[in-house]
Design a binder for this molecule. Structure first.
Ligand SMILES: C[S@@+](CC[C@H](N)C(=O)[O-])C[C@H]1O[C@@H](n2cnc3c(N)ncnc32)[C@H](O)[C@@H]1O
Length: 215
């Protein structure tokens, strides 16, 4: 059954059996103390104590010879990379999403989002590999301050998760990964710590009470 669980992924993931999911697509806090002009913030964006344990659990619950796509904060790439390596993942690709607009401007106009493609074991090569530069669409961030556009997630799920398989996102936010999974005929397991965003995600997916349970 697809569901979005309200809770800390460090408590929820250990309750899952080994090799229970087919693909991980996740957008964890970028460790940048992000704060919107209207004051909205991201939980756990100021400390990285969760980073390695969370990816260790993602690696454990992912089936053998499968893939994980993780967005990350480019200015904290060293911390993300150490956590992925410590968890047992191997980087097999890097995806750049080109924006038509800059998020900010300082030394550069910061105009891309980024994610690593990480392997557990030896996944099979796709028949038609995706390009590693993909277009970005502005989501509007109406439901979440860092809401990812569903249309940018769909090709990743289609490429890296078998039809009917389970997509895991332990940092689900407003549930964009779960929406993309449903749209593409995959099942999903989302986990979200913040009760407001958990409710937004569950409403967005029109989930029944049993599909939106607390941990
Ligand atoms: C970058 S946002 C994800 C946004 C999401 N991709 C979307 O489109 O809405 C990261 C999310 O992880 C959640 N989070 C932070 N620490 C967490 C934890 N330990 N367990 C579960 N969720 C957590 C935050 O509350 C936040 O909503």
């Amino acid at each position: 059954m697809s569901r979005i669980v309200l809770g800390d992924c460090l408590a929820v993931l250990p309750t899952l059996p080994d090799r229970a999911v087919d693909f991980v697509l996740t957008d964890p806090p970028y460790l940048v103390n992000y704060r919107e002009r209207n004051g909205r913030r991201i939980a756990n964006d100021t400390n990285d104590a969760w980073l390695t344990p969370a990816f260790e659990q993602m690696h454990r619950v992912l089936r053998d010879d499968a893939l994980c796509v993780s967005f990350y904060g480019w200015s904290r790439v060293d911390r993300f990379f150490s956590a992925w390596r410590a968890a047992g993942f191997r980087a097999v690709g890097h995806i750049v999403f080109a924006k038509r607009y800059p998020s900010t401007a300082r030394f550069l106009r910061y105009q891309h989002e980024q994610a690593y493609l990480l392997a557990k074991g030896q996944p099979a090569l796709p028949a038609e590999p995706l390009p590693d530069v993909l277009p970005w669409t502005y989501s509007g961030n109406r439901l979440h301050p860092t809401q990812k556009p569903v249309e940018c997630l769909v090709p990743l799920i289609e490429a890296f998760c078998p039809l009917g398989g389970i997509v895991l996102d332990p940092f689900a936010g407003s549930g964009s990964t779960c929406v993309a999974a449903r749209q593409t005929g995959r099942r999903f397991l989302g986990i979200e710590l913040d009760a407001n965003y958990h409710a937004v995600a569950a409403d967005r997916l029109n989930l029944m009470p049993t599909e939106r349970r607390a941990a």
